[in-house]
Ligand binder design. Structure first.
Ligand SMILES: O=P(O)(O)OC[C@H]1O[C@H](O[C@H]2O[C@H](CO)[C@@H](O)[C@H](O)[C@H]2O)[C@H](O)[C@@H](O)[C@@H]1O
Length: 315
């Protein structure tokens, strides 16, 4: 049944003009609720949707956007995606999900395919290795999350601020031997910026830094917790909730209940399993919402690319 009828047919059956049907299809203003409902009812009755080629010929888009996450199992990225989706759905966009696995080659491949398919826009979870060159041609229709790139819209987290807030809280609680579990400096944001902030705080307050930078995996948190514990350590700051979950498993196994854990994330899993952990919310939900709104603003010509930084909040 689908696509047998044309927009002209729908207009005739609804008793309106072709331009009104077109407005309804594109979710544009200037159509009364009653007319919109009538046109939609007719389209639903006949299982109508405009063909790709018909839309392209009229210079209209398919209203499809892509979200390229780095990992489908990332707690933080999932929180951002969860608030992105309703914004897209509300504005009539169909989002498709893709995964980069931190591979710049995969990003290039995905972007190439999306360009060929004439997709409206992309939200890209950026990472070290994604360069401005590989994003060429996407200036007006891409928003990067977690990383910025010159000339492109981005929504970033305050990595330094998040660590400062946690270190200050631990310091105010009287901790003077605070160890750190983080991510290698090859990862500029979660890795270098967070570790640098830890080191700067230690320097300013004359604390002895003790750190290991194994990576993003929970298992690494579990395996490396022991390596940063000295006889004096009273607190352990983890660069991510996932690392903290691994470290807490180690403390549980060793029956060590006297180390205060702190981490960046405030993810639901962490809050449920370990409400006692001090955590900072980097604003993943806010970032997702803002990224989607920014992208829609850009592709509809209402917004220019801009950089947004989400402030971190102590929970
Ligand atoms: O364990 P997770 O819940 O996945 O959180 C770890 C960090 O993930 C995000 O950073 C990583 O992915 C970014 C793209 O989303 C990338 O730019 C960054 O280099 C990676 O480290 C998130 O941005 C961090 O806040 C999380 O702590």
């Amino acid at each position: 049944m689908q696509n047998r009828l044309t927009i002209k047919d729908i207009a005739r059956l609804s008793g309106v003009g072709k331009s009104t049907v077109s407005r309804v299809l594109n979710n544009e203003s200037g159509v009364s609720d009653r007319t919109r409902e009538r046109v939609e009812e007719v389209m639903n009755q006949h299982g109508f949707s405009p063909s790709r080629s018909a839309r392209a010929m009229r210079g209209q888009s398919d209203k499809v956007v892509a979200i390229i996450v780095t990992r489908l199992d990332s707690l933080s990225e999932n929180l951002a995606v969860q608030t992105m989706l309703p914004v897209f759905y509300e504005q009539g966009y169909d989002p498709i999900m893709m995964e980069s696995q931190f591979s710049p080659e995969k990003v290039e491949e995905h972007l190439g395919m999306l360009k060929r398919r004439n997709i409206d826009g992309v939200v890209l979870f950026g990472f070290t290795g994604v360069s401005e060159t590989m994003l060429a041609n996407w200036q007006s229709s891409l928003v990067m999350v977690a990383r910025d790139a010159k000339g492109f819209a981005s929504v970033c987290y305050d990595d330094k601020g998040a660590i400062n807030i946690l270190m200050q809280r631990l310091y105010d609680q009287g901790h003077r031997h605070i160890s750190y579990l983080g991510v290698p400096h090859s990862d500029v944001t979660t890795g270098k910026r967070r570790h640098d902030a830890y080191l700067a705080f230690c320097k300013k307050h004359k604390l002895n830094p003790v750190a290991a930078l194994p990576g993003l995996a929970m298992k690494q948190g579990f395996e490396y917790a022991s390596k940063v514990m000295t006889p004096d350590t009273t607190a352990l700051l983890c660069a991510t909730d996932t690392l903290a979950l691994g470290a807490s498993k180690y403390f549980q196994q060793e029956r060590m209940d006297n180390v205060q854990l702190a981490s960046v994330g405030n993810t639901p899993l962490m809050k449920f399993l370990h409400p006692e952990i001090i955590t900072v919310d980097p604003g993943y939900a806010d970032a997702g919402r803002q990224a989607a709104e920014q992208l829609i603003g850009q592709v509809t010509g209402r917004a220019e690319p801009r950089q947004i930084i989400i402030p971190a909040n102590l929970i």
